[in-house]
Structures are given as structure tokens and as C-alpha cells.
Design a protein around this ligand. Structure first.
Ligand code: NAD
Length: 244
């Protein structure tokens, strides 16, 4: 399917996991794709790597301008870069709080700030933010990460309201436990990583983790005109976890 032919997409966090799967899928459907990441290395042919840290406004501005200069416009932004944090309210320091909120929330704002003026010129503009079911599921030992994703959810609704009348749709996906390098790293910290993985899989209603490709499919749907009446929505990709 070539439904993204002639479209240009930026995927933040596009060098790993969900972002990489999304960059691949958009590219396979005809989009010219830039993966914006801290270290955009090892990308498949046809995906442009752009180095930027989403906590640095100047780097983000330069990266967005570089993509627009190279490809001649911008139609899709996948705001996906994110980091995690473990702990209840007694654990994380103020610096950790500010760091995670800076990457997970303000990082999306910076990318959108510099992308929106270009998206206004697109005839099929879409922003998809990567949220998480922790935004409303009440998961233990995830106060900081959950608060950051709750903010992403609210940010999505507010951005959608602001930009829908100028032709930019804003939506978000909410993955459950998705099998990415991130989950791999966190399972490796368990005393018995194989047992921890088996326990996480058993916790899923389907007995398996979500794949990065499944999240990429949902993001690509929200980025495409197939979802043309969806504005300010959240699409859960979580094996049914949010309903439990
Ligand atoms: P990942 O660690 O595999 O990929 C994240 C990417 O973001 C990496 O390439 C990393 O370099 C990049 N990144 C991190 N900080 C950055 C920064 N400051 N500037 C630019 N790039 C930066 O993780 P993933 O599992 O693919 O997660 C992607 C998104 O999905 C995140 O927003 C995460 O919160 C969300 N998510 C993941 C899961 C899951 O179970 N894996 C579940 C719900 C939501």
C-alpha cells in the first residue's frame, strides 16, 4: 500500500523499538521518513537519521528545519521519544522528575512547536503522540512515568482542540507492555530475567506482549487519512489491559 506516497514524516525516538517500527512501516507505505533520535544509527535504507535531543529546543528546531529543507515539507509527526522511571513518591528526586517530564512531555511540545508552522501547509497533517495505559491504569511504582504520560494524554486533547480547525489532527496511542529494547533492558535488571518475562507475559490477557509492529500499525492508522475523523482520541494497543 502506498497511501503515504508524497508525504513526509518525522518520528522521534525513531532509532529503536516502537519508533523504529513506525519509521519502517511509514517508509514501506511510501513516506519519506526522518528518524529523530539521540543516536540515529543503524537505520534501515531509506530512513533519514537526524540527531537531536528533544530536551534541546535549538537542536529540535534545527532537526525539523533540516527535514523540511531535505524533503520539501512536513505532513506527519510521531512524537514518540520517551524514557521511564521506577518508584513511588518517596523515591524519585526533583531532578529525576524534571528530567523525565522534560523528555516525555516538554520534548513533545518542542517538536510540535517547530513542526506546526510546516504542518499548517500540509493537506493531510497529523500528529500522533505516544502515551501509555499507565496514564489512567494506576500501575504500582510508576508515579513519575504515569504522571508524564497523563500529561501526554491531556496535551493531546488540548493540542487537538487548538489545531483541528487549521487542518492538523492530533491523536495518541496508548501501548500496554510492548516488546521493545526498553522492556528488554528493564527485564534484564530482574534477578531472573526469563522468569520476569514469563510473569509479564502471563499477566497479559492474551498471554503475550504487544509487539512494536502492532503499536506502529496503530500509529500509522492515526497518521493516515483512514482515521480522518479521529481528533483528540486515544487508541489503546495493550492486549485489553486497560479494561481490566
Ligand atoms: P526504546 O527505548 O526502545 O526507544 C526509545 C527511543 O527514544 C530510543 O531510540 C532513544 O534513544 C530515544 N530517546 C530517548 N530520549 C530521547 C531524547 N531526549 N531525545 C531524542 N530521542 C530520545 O523505547 P520504546 O519502548 O520503543 O518506547 C517508545 C515510546 O513508547 C516511549 O514514549 C514510551 O514511553 C512509550 N511506551 C512504551 C511501552 C513499552 O512497553 N515499551 C509502553 C507504553 C508506552
Amino acid at each position: 500500500m502506498n497511501d503515504f506516497e508524497g508525504r513526509v514524516a518525522i518520528v522521534t525516538g525513531g532509532a529503536s523499538g516502537i519508533g523504529l517500527a513506525t519509521a519502517r512501516l511509514l517508509s514501506s507505505r511510501g513516506a519519506r521518513v526522518a528518524a529523530l533520535d539521540l543516536k540515529p544509527e543503524g537505520l534501515p535504507d531509506g530512513i533519514l537519521g537526524v540527531q537531536a535531543d528533544v530536551t534541546d529546543d535549538l537542536q529540535v528546531k534545527s532537526a525539523v528545519e533540516a527535514v523540511v529543507d531535505r524533503f520539501g515539507g512536513l505532513d506527519v509527526v510521531v512524537n514518540n521519544a520517551g524514557i521511564g522511571a521506577i518508584g513511588d513518591v518517596t523515591v524519585n528526586s526533583d531532578d529525576e522528575w524534571l528530567r523525565v517530564l522534560d523528555v516525555n512531555v516538554v520534548g513533545m511540545v518542542r517538536v510540535a512547536r517547530h513542526a506546526v508552522p510546516h504542518l499548517r501547509r500540509s493537506t493531510a497533517a497529523s500528529i500522533v503522540n505516544t502515551c501509555s495505559i499507565v496514564a489512567w491504569a494506576g500501575v504500582q511504582q510508576r508515579v513519575l512515568y504515569s504522571a508524564s504520560k497523563g500529561a501526554v494524554y491531556a496535551l493531546t486533547l488540548a493540542m487537538a482542540a487548538d489545531h483541528v480547525r487549521e487542518g492538523i489532527r492530533v491523536n495518541c496511542v496508548a501501548p500496554g507492555s510492548a516488546d521493545t529494547p526498553w522492556i528488554g533492558r528493564s527485564l534484564e535488571q530482574a534477578p531472573d530475567p526469563a522468569a520476569a518475562r514469563a510473569a509479564l507475559e502471563a499477566f497479559q490477557p492474551t498471554g503475550r506482549l504487544v509487539t512494536a509492529d502492532e503499536v506502529a500499525s496503530a500509529i500509522t492508522y492515526l497518521a493516515s487519512p483512514l482515521s480522518s475523523a479521529s481528533v483528540g482520541t486515544v487508541l489503546a494497543v495493550d492486549n485489553g489491559m486497560h479494561g481490566l
